[in-house]
Design a binder for this molecule. Structure first.
Ligand code: ADP
Ligand code: MG
Length: 277
């Protein structure tokens, strides 16, 4: 089996964007240190859904509660009020089927790119054995698809920042998650590398067809990547706008030059700048 055939190539995302609700966030809020003098209301009561196969961007200013919201959807933090359901089940703990990416790729420095991608299997052996041939082939195939052919055995320090985030994308996908959560994964990268990473992520998402929730404070990144953009107010964050992005897929970076793209960006910018409190 070649590495390319180890990947599952599935239907284009636009088809399933009309699927059932996959993530259901129902009036969740988060108050840190509730009842103490350090109390911080991070997320105001918030309700939204993400449909199966949909790519939703959560866009808002720094400090508005985006990471808090995402961590609650990941099951890594608990809401103060409200409920979350994923894939039809109430969320009570982190799910093995949720893949997560952060701003820092958090690679293990002593492991190769390939071993970093395989790490989720070593951390939680699903009974398939941590390094069976099919899993290794899938990991290697993912690295090839993100442009890291020839770098499988490089250590993180031998890779650029963009390459490290490519490894992190592969690690998030290797477990074949049904839900991909990303918290500003490219915001530490320079603008050119960030554009490249957006292209890589789009390609991988179109091939693997996961439900995705992507946090960003970049308006252009949100509009380029997403089927829908949810705009959050400043803290305590709540959703003030839900904008459908009409562009067909696959999308090239050149859509960023079109009038329609820039009109949507202008609209979103206006929403973020004129938030009633
Ligand atoms: P964003 O990701 O949009 O920048 P965060 O969700 O990280 O925002 O933070 C929202 C607010 O909650 C901020 O005011 C932050 O200081 C506060 N906050 C985040 N985590 C904690 C915590 N563990 N304890 C207390 N306050 C927190
Ligand atoms: Mg954050």
């Amino acid at each position: 089996m070649t590495s390319a055939t180890a990947l599952r190539i599935e239907q284009p995302a636009a088809v399933a964007a009309a699927g059932p609700d996959y993530v259901v966030v129902d009036r969740i809020s988060k108050v840190y240190n509730e009842g103490t003098r350090q109390q911080v209301e991070a997320v105001a009561p918030t309700t939204f859904t993400v449909k199966a196969g949909e790519f939703v961007a959560l866009l808002g200013p720094s400090g508005c509660g985006k990471s808090t919201l995402l961590m609650m959807v990941a099951g890594l933090d608990t809401p103060s009020r409200g409920t979350i359901a994923v894939a039809g089940h109430p969320l009570a703990a982190p799910r093995a089927e949720t893949g997560i990416m952060f701003q820092d790729p958090t690679l293990l420095p002593w492991k190769s790119a390939l071993d970093n991608v395989l790490f989720p299997f070593q951390a939680a052996d699903r009974g398939t054995g941590p390094k069976d041939a099919a899993t290794v082939a899938r990991a290697a195939g993912l690295l090839d698809r993100v442009g890291l052919k020839g770098f499988h055995h490089h250590k993180p320090r031998q890779l650029s920042g963009g390459m490290r985030q490519r490894v992190a994308i592969c690690r998030a996908l290797v477990y074949e998650p049904d839900l991909l959560l990303m918290d500003e994964p490219f915001s530490a990268l320079d603008a050119i590398t960030r554009d490249e990473m957006n292209l890589v992520l789009m390609k991988m998402w179109e091939e693997h067809h996961r439900t995705a929730l992507f946090v960003t404070h970049s308006i252009r990144e949100a509009v380029y990547l997403a089927d829908r953009v949810l705009v959050m107010s400043s803290r305590p964050g709540r959703i003030i706008e839900d904008v459908r992005i009409p562009f067909a897929r696959p999308r090239g970076l050149e859509i960023g030059e079109t009038v329609a793209f820039n009109e949507i960006c202008g609209h979103l910018r206006g929403k973020i700048q004129h938030v009633p409190h």
